[in-house]
Design a protein around this ligand. Structure first.
Ligand code: C2E
Ligand code: MG
Ligand code: MG
Ligand code: MG
Length: 284
């Protein structure tokens, strides 16, 4: 579907159109049909190494293709998918498609690029999580070290021994694990010592608060410092302005993600992103 959609339709999904309009029932019916018909689309947003001033990977972000051809943003259907359990087959599709897309992009570009995939609590709770990840890698030919699984604190709240064992297994095989939206969930530093976390993603609400709410700069500083001292990576999410970029660089964040670099784009646009213009956003 991504190919068919093309550039001009990439930004067609519009929360204003769908925010109030879609009753949850209609969304669930649309969602069920979408899954049966495989009507999901992945967009990809660059993750940038701040010291290297270069794209090192992409986060895969799912959209739902509505009957009229518009793309519906995840906030409008993920909650329904979670309640109905449909998040599990959807998540498997996302994982497999993302691995396949990035394996292809690696071959075409000759670059070593990573892909980050969001994994929900229901997926993390399944005993076949590690097997699902393993077959996505085998079938796509993607290298273990090129895949990152993003989990939120809330997803880890429900994790049991089996989840922990599987996450340890994934890490041992070289797969990265990011703690997403850090600071917004049931934040507990215990997660950082219990789970094999390789990256913390500072939630974009804190980045947005830099220069607005005095406490937010302190929080971003504390989290980047914590990541550094733990010897793990730190991604600043939601960088929209040059000022926010300068602040997170000064605080020592290793990676950045946000509209300043690029919005999420269809897979067909990724090669274009890998050539120079990124330097403009970085002021180089
Ligand atoms: P997330 O994983 O924290 O993804 C980042 C979200 O922030 C994306 O929204 C992205 O478009 C948005 N974003 C990135 N940079 C900026 C910025 O500079 N400013 C602003 N205002 N926003 C920015 P998106 O694509 O709407 O996804 C929202 C959430 O939906 C994701 O948050 C994630 O929790 C969930 N999601 C998306 N795809 C999947 C998926 O395949 N599986 C699961 N389980 N959840 C997904
Ligand atoms: Mg994420
Ligand atoms: Mg996030
Ligand atoms: Mg977020």
């Amino acid at each position: 579907h991504a190919k068919r959609l093309g550039k001009d339709r990439s930004e067609l999904y519009d929360s204003r159109l769908h925010a109030n309009a879609l009753a949850s029932q209609r969304t669930e019916a649309a969602l069920r049909r979408a899954i049966e018909e495989n009507r999901f689309v992945l967009h990809y947003q660059p993750i940038v190494s701040l010291p290297q001033q270069a794209i090192v990977g992409f986060e895969a972000l799912v959209r739902l293709l509505d009957d009229d051809g518009t793309l519906i943003a995840p906030q409008h259907f993920i909650p329904v998918a979670e309640e109905s359990g449909l998040i599990v087959p959807m998540g498997t599709w996302v994982l497999r498609q993302a691995c396949s897309d990035i394996a292809t992009l690696q071959r075409v570009s000759g670059m070593r690029l990573a892909v980050s995939v969001n994994v929900s609590a229901a997926q993390a709770a399944r005993h076949d999580l590690a097997d699902t990840v393993a077959s996505a890698l085998t079938d796509s030919g993607l290298d273990e070290r090129s895949l990152c699984i993003e989990l939120t604190e809330s997803a880890l709240l429900e994790a049991d021994e089996s989840t922990l064992a599987q996450l340890n297994d994934l890490r041992a095989r070289g797969i990265q694990i990011s703690l997403d939206d850090f600071g917004t969930g049931y934040s507990s530093l215990t997660y950082l010592r219990t789970f094999p976390v390789s990256n913390i993603k500072v939630d974009r609400s804190f980045v947005a608060g830099i220069g607005v709410r005095p406490g937010d700069l302190a929080i971003v500083r504390a989290v980047t410092g914590l990541a550094r001292d733990l010897g793990i990576g730190c991604v600043a999410e939601g960088i929209e302005t040059p000022r926010q970029l300068a602040e997170v660089i000064a605080l020592g964040a290793q990676y950045g993600q946000g509209y300043l670099f690029s919005r999420p784009v269809p897979v067909t646009d990724l090669l274009d992103l890998l050539v120079p213009p990124l330097r403009t956003a970085l002021g180089a």
